[in-house]
Ligand binder design. Structure first.
Ligand SMILES: Nc1nc2c(c(=O)[nH]1)N[C@@H](CN(C=O)c1ccc(C(=O)N[C@@H](CCC(=O)O)C(=O)O)cc1)CN2
Ligand SMILES: NCC(=O)N[C@@H]1O[C@H](COP(=O)([O-])[O-])[C@@H](O)[C@H]1O
Length: 207
């Protein structure tokens, strides 16, 4: 059974989807800890309600990113994870941090990568009049939101959409996709080899 540590920064709805999927058996794993870079966020309450260790490593309490990341690694590694899941974790991670977990760290991003890495993706979709939007799950590399894409889900943008409606549509997709991808990793179907994502021994190619 895989040991999963989830990193959050806020609400934790993707965390909840993963917790629910562990509890219903869809994910052959165990969420051993939830760690937030911000204290007092609802995602930590979700973890506590599920009986999962909920820890804040508050980035604002450290004098440098490096000191924060050292504390974060020390906290994560106490749980000896097979998989680190970024679920709305809102800090850019250094190449040293990423290297420490390379091939065992996932992120979900609210855009159809490689379009719109970074923040404010819904706003950019609307500003550009895109007809399609969606979410992407990828392995985390030093390049921000540039790691090998594992899976995407897309939907049509309608004329009455705004940032709020797009966020809702995105999260409906995320809450199905992320637990599925996590289950692939935990079952051994999903691997990171030669800098690529491999599913069922085939390289994943997202055109
Ligand atoms: N090296 C990497 N670090 C992170 C990745 C990654 O792929 N490689 N993914 C992000 C998640 N993310 C988008 O999916 C993302 C998170 C945060 C930011 C950002 O600009 N953060 C600011 C602070 C913003 C805030 O605190 O509200 C910052 O760190 O200065 C961009 C993209 C996680 N990290
Ligand atoms: N660039 C990272 C980013 O924007 N991630 C996004 O933050 C949200 C977190 O929601 P949650 O806390 O309810 O899971 C998710 O929609 C995720 O795609």
């Amino acid at each position: 059974m895989s040991n999963i540590v989830v990193l959050i920064s806020g609400n934790g709805s993707n965390l909840q989807a993963i917790i629910d999927s562990v509890q219903n058996g869809a994910i052959d794993g165990c969420v051993s800890a939830v760690i937030s870079n911000k204290p007092d966020v609802y995602g930590l309450e979700r973890a506590e309600k599920a009986g999962i260790p909920a820890i804040a490593v508050d980035h604002s309490q450290f004098s440098s990113r490096s000191d924060f990341e050292q504390a974060l690694i020390q906290t994560i590694d106490q749980y000896q994870p097979n998989l680190v899941v970024l679920a709305g974790f809102m800090r850019i991670l250094s190449s040293e941090f990423v290297q420490h977990y390379l091939g065992t760290m996932l992120n979900i991003h609210p855009s159809l990568l490689p379009k719109y890495p970074g923040l404010n993706t819904h706003k950019r979709v609307l500003e550009n009049g895109d007809k399609e939007h969606g979410t992407s799950v990828h392995f985390v590399t030093a390049e921000l939101d540039g790691g090998p894409i594992i899976a995407q889900r897309s939907f049509h943008v309608t004329a009455d959409d705004n940032e709020e409606s797009l966020q809702k549509k995105i999260q409906q997709q995320e809450h199905k996709l992320y637990p599925e991808v996590v289950s692939w990793f935990c079952s051994g179907r999903l691997q990171f080899k030669d800098g690529k994502a491999w599913l069922d021994q085939q390289p994943v190619s997202i055109l």
